[in-house]
Design a protein around this ligand. Structure first.
Ligand code: MRU
Length: 345
């Protein structure tokens, strides 16, 4: 079984080192909150809900370290919040987790109480993530026929969350409901999360998985090989526009052309209530080395220029449904998203 992606081990934050997969399953333990923040920047841990869970644990660790060291608690804690907020820009779950932890610290009567309550809250964030994914998986699996050939992009699995997964959680729930599921995984250049992470976790879990390079998606769908597409999300605007791993938008266009339903699976913590549409979503620009090199070997000619956005925004009009823990949201999203958020309160 795949270990929980992010967890507590005594006073340390423990996680799967995703940079080592699929070749080695290595667990790392961090005793200093600065290292937990660095694990997000360095993509030891990645995927929107996993980043949120990691930030919650990292801030709980910060709370303990600050309380033990003494001095005024809140200014030091707010500094730690800023460090976490600067790790990666696109996944809103990071900022959601920071705000949640900040709220706990602000209400605490003393540094030692803040430290204790932050730890409790971080454990709650981890537990809730798995419960939410199981719930959205249950709603999502009802959309899939039996048997079903599904396609996904990047990794929106147990590795991208605390456990179970969002898009891959839907596939797991479908299998648990007795359905026969075959998965096509896009390799997801430039960092290959689809091949290395989705491929690994689905094989570990006994799924039949076929890996394709990203540019094969149109050919595959034109042959009638895909019944549905389910992907995750890093940030969803209030009109349903959805940021996810770069290449998702292209896959949505291909799916719509072929009349293959294109679904997003995400917890409500992925909705950005401050954004009316996707135009304001910050898109992470990453190093050109991820494009020019594959596993440290340069594959591009010297002298070329590169562009490497980590994410793209799929317009709501291309999305057949958004699978959440409150059920499957349908267009018009401005209304269904508001209702789901109200229903969750
Ligand atoms: O750059 P990454 O690997 O953090 O990007 C991850 C994705 O784009 C996932 O699809 C998204 O976070 C959804 S995870 C349930």
């Amino acid at each position: 079984m795949i270990p929980q992606t992010v967890q507590w081990a005594g006073d340390a934050v423990k996680m799967i080192d995703q940079t080592k997969l699929p070749h080695k399953l290595v667990m790392v333990e961090y005793h200093d909150w600065h290292d937990v923040a660095a694990s997000i920047t360095d993509m030891v841990v990645r995927g929107a809900p996993a980043i949120g869970g990691t930030a919650a644990c990292g801030l709980a660790l910060a709370g303990r370290q600050i309380a033990e060291a003494g001095g005024e608690f809140m200014p030091q804690f707010l500094h730690a919040c800023e460090v976490f907020a600067a790790t990666r820009p696109t996944a809103v779950n990071l900022f959601w987790a920071i705000e949640r932890m900040k709220g706990v610290a602000l209400k605490a009567p003393s540094a030692s109480e803040a430290s204790r309550l932050l730890r409790v809250e971080s454990e709650l964030v981890l537990e809730e993530d798995i419960a939410i994914n199981r719930k959205l998986g249950f709603y999502g699996q009802e959309l899939l026929p039996d048997p079903c050939r599904v396609q996904t992009h990047c990794n929106a699995g147990a590795l991208a969350c605390v456990g179970y997964g969002t898009a891959l959680g839907v596939f797991r729930a479908a299998r648990e409901a007795g359905k026969q599921i075959k998965v096509y995984a896009d390799e997801t250049r430039p960092r290959l999360q689809g091949m290395q992470l989705t491929g690994w976790e689905l094989i570990e879990d006994g799924f039949e998985v076929t890996i394709i390079t990203d540019n094969m998606a149109a050919s595959l769908q034109s042959r009638g090989e895909v019944d549905a597409v389910v992907v995750g999300a890093d940030r969803i605007a209030m009109n349903g526009d959805t940021a996810n791993k770069v290449g998702t938008f292209g896959l949505a266009v291909i799916s719509n052309y072929h009349h293959v339903p294109f679904y997003i699976a995400a917890p409500l913590s992925t909705f950005d209530q401050k954004l009316a549409d996707g135009s304001g979503i910050p898109i992470e620009e990453r190093t050109h080395r991820e494009v020019s090199h594959i596993q440290d070997v340069q594959i591009a000619p010297n002298g070329a220029k590169f562009w490497n956005p980590g994410f793209d925004v799929t317009p709501a009009a291309l999305i057949a449904g958004i699978i959440t823990e409150q059920g499957v949201l349908r267009p018009p999203y401005t209304q269904s998203i508001m209702q789901a958020i109200k229903g969750a309160k």
